[in-house]
Design a protein around this ligand. Structure first.
Ligand code: NAD
Length: 432
């Protein structure tokens, strides 16, 4: 099939390159010309495992192209995916300006029947309004169909998630569109990971409800943290004991320093906003965000309690990205933690395998290191923020010897507390 993808971000690049790898002809358009020029020279703007190889292969075999010529992208395609950003507005609502701009330009340049697919995460009702925007921009009576096809990939495992999705959700009111879209996804859908054909509104809400449910599980566990600490319980044991229940399961039950990333926070905020705007009770959904906000700085309160003084302390932050295997720092707890520690007058050393450069834009004043050892040397404390695998197998004796004080705050509970205390660290996890 001939596919155009609007937006060369995490979702657009991964979906576009995966579609091309499935044998389709894909052209990715972004209104950021610099990004497109870089991509054309195989300079990939994000770090995502496997993405460079996938892009290089399909680009060199002629199935994947990049353009800043929007007319060309539209005229050379039968399916147009909109995968532009939908950031959070100041009041928690979703800012759909980028989707509207894409829709206007698609409407003005539509030359024959096409299917326009919204992959960006958008509030319920958006597909309908985007349809009207496209209609009002048409230069002649050209038919088109809309499909809501929310994306569920996770950064760090995005290619695998796209190619082996748990489910593919398609929302439309057109039989023809369902048929074509089902054909497109046939290669990657199976009995256990089916294509769900449903209404547009259902598809829109499924995405928000899924992210809210995932976040709710994390906030639920985080709310139990102080209770576990007070009574000497271990939240990891609690998760384990709960997770064996089939109805509960083990995933997204880890307490820690809160969830980050571009999606969970903004999508839950958006759902909360929509409920409130409609005059409905949003208390459960809103509490997910409120708990998470507090949880992001809970570790700093713990540091203050254990270290007594943070002013003048030198703190090593291990990990900056919101999760391992990505360079994305959007909504990362590391931002809140660094910001709090700076306010307390601490000096900050940081190390992340991929995200140092992105964090430099936010905190030019902190010290950046290229490995965890030099980052920790001379520090009073280490804070493990992102559970990159590199942090799991280190020469901890060497690290201990190089530190001024021996505090280790494990924001992700990745270390064995007995081993770490035995080695000589003053180890503190979360909820244990
Ligand atoms: P992003 O910010 O990484 O990328 C968006 C891209 O769109 C940018 O390159 C930007 O230049 C481009 N753009 C903006 N306006 C444009 C326009 N009018 N025409 C063409 N290009 C335009 O965003 P992302 O993380 O890829 O997310 C995209 C959407 O997918 C969002 O709605 C997000 O909620 C959703 N989503 C993201 C993820 C994720 O893990 N990042 C997962 C699932 C869903």
């Amino acid at each position: 099939m001939k596919i155009a993808v609007f937006g060369a971000g995490y979702v657009g690049l991964v979906s576009g390159s995966c579609f091309s790898d499935m044998g389709n002809s894909v052209i990715i358009y972004d209104n950021d010309s610099e990004k497109i020029n870089d991509l054309d020279r195989l300079k990939i703007p994000i770090y995502e495992p496997g993405l460079y190889d996938l892009i290089r292969k399909n680009h060199s075999e002629g199935r994947l192209q990049f353009t800043n010529n929007v007319k060309r992208a539209i005229s050379e395609s039968d399916l147009i995916f909109i995968a532009v950003g939908t950031p959070e507005g100041e009041d928690g609502s979703t800012d759909i300006t980028q989707v509207i701009q894409a829709a206007e330009i698609i409407g003005r340049n539509l030359d024959k029947y096409k299917i326009i697919i919204i992959k960006s995460t958008v509030p319920v009702g958006t597909n309908e309004s985007i349809k009207n925007i496209i209609k009002s921009n048409l230069t002649s009576e050209i038919p088109f169909d809309m499909v809501s096809n929310p994306e569920f990939l996770r950064e760090g495992t995005a290619i695998r998630d796209f190619m082996l999705p748990d489910r593919i959700v398609l929302g439309s009111d057109s039989g023809k569109a369902f048929e074509i879209m089902t054909d497109l996804y046939q290669g990657i859908a199976h009995t256990e990971n089916p294509i769900i054909c449903t209404s547009i509104q259902n598809a829109e809400i499924i995405k928000y409800a899924s992210n809210a449910m995932l976040s709710a599980r994390i906030s639920f566990m985080n709310q139990l943290v102080p209770l576990c600490e007070k009574y000497g319980a271990d939240i990891k044991e609690i998760s384990k004991g709960m997770g064996y229940d089939d109805r509960i399961g083990t995933k997204f039950l880890q307490a820690g320093i809160g969830f980050g990333g571009s999606c969970l926070h903004k999508d839950v905020s958006s759902l909360s906003y929509i409920l409130k705007e409609n005059g409905f009770d949003n208390s459960l959904i809103q509490s997910i965000i409120d708990i998470n906000k507090k949880q992001k700085i809970f570790i700093v309160e713990k540091m203050l309690d254990k270290m007594k003084e943070l002013e003048g302390a030198k703190i090593a932050i291990w990990g900056l990205s919101f999760k391992p295997d990505t360079d994305d720092i959007r909504e990362s707890p590391s931002i809140d933690i660094i910001s709090e520690l700076l306010d307390y007058g601490a000096t900050i050393n940081v190390y992340d395998p991929q995200a140092n450069n992105n964090m430099r834009q936010i905190f030019p004043e902190v010290n950046y290191f290229n490995d965890p050892y030099s980052c920790a040397a001379g520090c009073n404390a280490i804070v493990l923020v992102t559970e990159w695998s590199i942090f799991k197998n280190l020469e901890f004796k060497k690290i201990l010897e190089s530190m001024k004080d021996k505090f280790l705050f494990d924001g992700r509970n990745i270390y064995d507390k007995f081993d770490m205390n035995h080695l000589g660290f003053k180890y503190y996890g979360i909820g244990r």
